[in-house]
Design a protein around this ligand. Structure first.
Ligand code: PBG
Length: 315
């Protein structure tokens, strides 16, 4: 009765790495328990998580090398992998929310989230033009929530304007407003095949310096002013101070991304028998809640859904 926060399935967003073809799913070695899934398998899993009460999934395409070009044109192809996956899920499980990743890293030969100039610098404004096309292609395919994770300046405003003028007035923007240049993204980059293309490069010229907190507040303020409906802090547990500050400052729907490196750390310790996986994950979700999160994007969403469902059966 006196418990201040609850962990529930309706706070969860389940991510999926999606691959082409009808072959078997492909495990991600640095994320035991996570697989890259075909569209057919995605549909089955989407039904399961929907039945567990998870309201939203997010799709990350794992693109083939021939889809990677300097202009990143495959990002907005109406028949691209992401666009087909969105349509397939919305057709099979219409009530399940589908979110997308708006960023160019699966489509660029260098693994960066934007277009690169001759000097190797990521160019903001030209990138935003491509992001707008990508966002519109996701909305046309039926996406409910767009997640710009690229960290270019001004993209939320331009995506919002384009959505409005194309009639997508109900498509939400969950902006990765405070995304840090973090080393916790390593396993994700393995999963989508970006580690090899990035070849040790970093994203410091457009993601936030982990030393900064005021800067995150400026980034969030500008995304909200440009029309973001919800905001994301990323990574998760090491950045709960940012979540708390954001929630107190802006009082908008606030999400955190419990990222791949955080998943891998818990998984590795659990596999070694050093911690109790379920308890550590639930406690982590409680920590997100306590910090002020409305929801959490986590690779553990499906597991948490199962754990909570079996607890409910017991009580
Ligand atoms: C790229 C993107 C990244 C993640 C989500 N979208 C990686 C990056 O910025 O390099 C990382 C998520 C995770 O680590 O789980 N647009």
């Amino acid at each position: 009765m006196v418990r201040e926060n609850q962990v529930s399935t309706d706070m969860l967003i389940q991510p999926y790495f999606v691959i082409e073809g009808d072959g078997p799913n492909v495990p991600v070695p640095s994320m035991p328990g996570v697989e890259r899934v075909t569209i057919n398998s995605l549909i089955k899993q989407a039904k399961t998580v929907h039945d567990l009460g998870i309201p939203l999934i997010v799709i990350f395409p794992v693109t083939d090398d021939d889809a990677k070009t300097d202009d990143c044109a495959a990002a907005y192809s109406p028949d691209g992998l992401a666009q087909r996956a969105i349509r397939a899920v919305k057709e099979a499980v219409p009530e399940l929310g589908v979110m997308t990743d708006v960023a160019l890293d699966p489509y660029s030969p260098h693994g960066h989230d934007g277009l690169m100039d001759e000097k190797g610098y990521i160019v903001n404004d030209a990138t935003v033009e491509v992001l707008v096309k990508q966002a519109l292609s996701h909305a046309r395919a039926g996406a409910d929530v767009l997640g710009p994770s690229d960290m270019m300046d001004g993209r939320v405003g331009q995506i919002r304007t384009a959505l409005e003028s194309a009639g997508f007035v109900n498509t939400r923007i969950l902006s990765y407003a405070a995304k840090y240049a973090s080393s916790f993204y390593g396993p994700f980059r393995d999963a989508v095949g970006a580690s090899a293309t990035l070849a040790g490069a970093n994203k410091y010229s457009y993601q936030i310096d982990p030393a900064n907190s005021d800067e995150a507040m400026h980034e969030i303020a500008s995304d909200l002013q440009e029309g973001a409906d919800m905001i994301m802090v990323k990574p998760g547990l090491p950045y709960l101070d940012i979540v708390r500050r954001a929630k107190e400052t802006f009082a908008v729907p606030t999400f955190a991304y419990h990222v791949s490196g955080e998943y891998a750390m818990i998984k590795a310790a659990a596999q070694a028998g050093w911690i109790n996986e379920e308890q550590v994950v639930i406690e982590s979700m409680m920590a997100f809640r306590r910090a002020g999160c409305d929801g959490v994007l986590t690779y553990y969403a499906h597991d948490i859904g199962r754990w909570l469902a079996s607890e409910n059966k017991l009580s």
